[in-house]
Design a protein around this ligand. Structure first.
Ligand code: TYM
Length: 349
């Protein structure tokens, strides 16, 4: 399949420059789960590496279409939330996916690289499609291929995400490997997931065995970035727990999913390990611990929500930031797509 092209090296150990890519769906506002599992790490990466961050509006329509005006607002709110959390759209690239068509062009190519068997194994598809698989959109089925395209359109090497995206990133690696192998040249890097911190999987406040999610029917199950301080305090006060006090060591959390979740959240908010957090709060009853947890969460979220609300008053400015980010994103991905057209053999001018 390969003919020697000056554009790409043949299969070898190519060193790709370190570049970060990650995405978030604008399907509901940002939650504490998104923040602790991913966004805080996105912010930290900016000090050292080139970062590309994306509000993935094409992924959001795989579930259902929203009313156009609420969809636009949700995309702007997610972009503003990222900036409020500390993403710098001047130094790094921040945009919404649908403003860079290179993602869909590459996703189509990956639809022809990924195998049905690979996608059939995706647990998120099974969870999201539920019992009525026949009624799921075909977009939902090929969702992971678009995700691989998001990342590889920039030849990104590292992807900060929460634990629930691990399997999708393995698929991205499989796609890159198969493409490189089939065309006998190292076009794509094999990405490394960055799953970091004490809360890589934040669970629902109502059920410690279920993931905290933007799309859960119960708002009491999650803390939203835009919740005011009273709401955050009330949600933590009502969070499900058990009658025991907090243990002083992580082993004491075995079989206590709700206690484990709240302890992990506390550790992550404080930026310490679970061991360190339990050394501090072990022995406390939940009646005593919950107000401490609420105060810690509010101290972090209140200033972020304030800056988000300020930005939402000027949607035109958010649109300008996203348009500029998209232009810079296209400048990075256009040459990658041009290289691919050459490698695959598409006729183009
Ligand atoms: P999304 O929008 O569901 O979530 C955005 C990020 O938040 C993390 N996350 C969590 N982390 C810990 N605990 C939780 N309860 C929790 N809920 C969500 C997610 O792991 C994610 O990092 N498919 C992706 C979006 C995407 C993407 C990409 C990510 C599209 N293209 C390319 C990385 C690279 C998603 O639905 O994330």
């Amino acid at each position: 399949m390969s003919d020697a092209s000056p554009l790409t090296p043949s299969l070898s150990d190519v060193e790709f420059p370190k570049r970060i890519f990650s995405g978030i769906q604008p399907s509901g506002g940002m939650t504490l789960g998104n923040y602790l599992g991913a966004i805080r790490n996105w912010v930290a990466m900016q000090a050292e590496f080139d970062c590309v961050y994306c509000v993935v509006d094409w992924h959001a329509i795989t579930a259902s279409f929203d009313a156009p005006e609420s969809f636009r607002t949700a995309t702007r709110e997610m972009a503003a939330s990222l900036i409020a959390c500390g993403i710098d759209p001047e130094k790094h690239i921040l945009f919404n996916q649908s403003q860079n068509p290179d993602h869909v062009e590459l996703a189509w190519i990956f639809n022809c690289v990924a195998r049905m068997g690979w996608l059939n194994r995706m647990t998120q598809f099974k969870e999201k499609a539920g019992k009525n698989r026949e009624n799921a959109s075909t977009g939902l089925f090929v969702y992971p291929n678009l995700m691989a395209a998001d990342i590889l359109a920039y030849k990104a090497t590292h992807v900060p995400v929460g634990d629930d995206q691990r399997q999708h990133l393995e698929l991205t690696r499989d796609i890159a490997q198969k493409f490189n192998h089939d065309f006998e040249r190292t076009v794509f890097p094999i990405v490394e997931p960055l799953i970091l911190g004490a809360a890589t999987r934040v669970m629902s406040l109502r059920d410690g065995t279920k993931k905290m999610s933007k799309s859960d029917a119960s708002d009491m199950s999650r803390i939203n970035l835009r919740d005011d301080s009273d709401t955050i305090a009330a949600k933590i006060r009502k969070a499900k727990t058990d009658p025991e006090a907090l243990p002083s060591e992580p082993e004491g959390l075995a079989g206590r999913p709700e206690a484990e979740n709240l302890a992990n959240i506390y550790a992550a908010l404080r930026g310490v390990t679970l061991e360190e957090a339990l050394r501090e709060v072990g022995g406390k009853q939940f009646s005593e611990f919950k107000p401490i947890l609420a105060e810690t969460a509010i101290a972090i979220f209140a200033p972020i929500a304030e800056s988000l609300n300020r930005m939402m008053a000027d949607p035109a400015e958010i649109d300008r930031i996203l348009a500029k980010g998209a232009q810079r994103a296209r400048a990075v991905s256009n040459p990658v797509l041009a290289e691919l057209r050459e490698v695959i053999g598409f006729v183009h001018g």
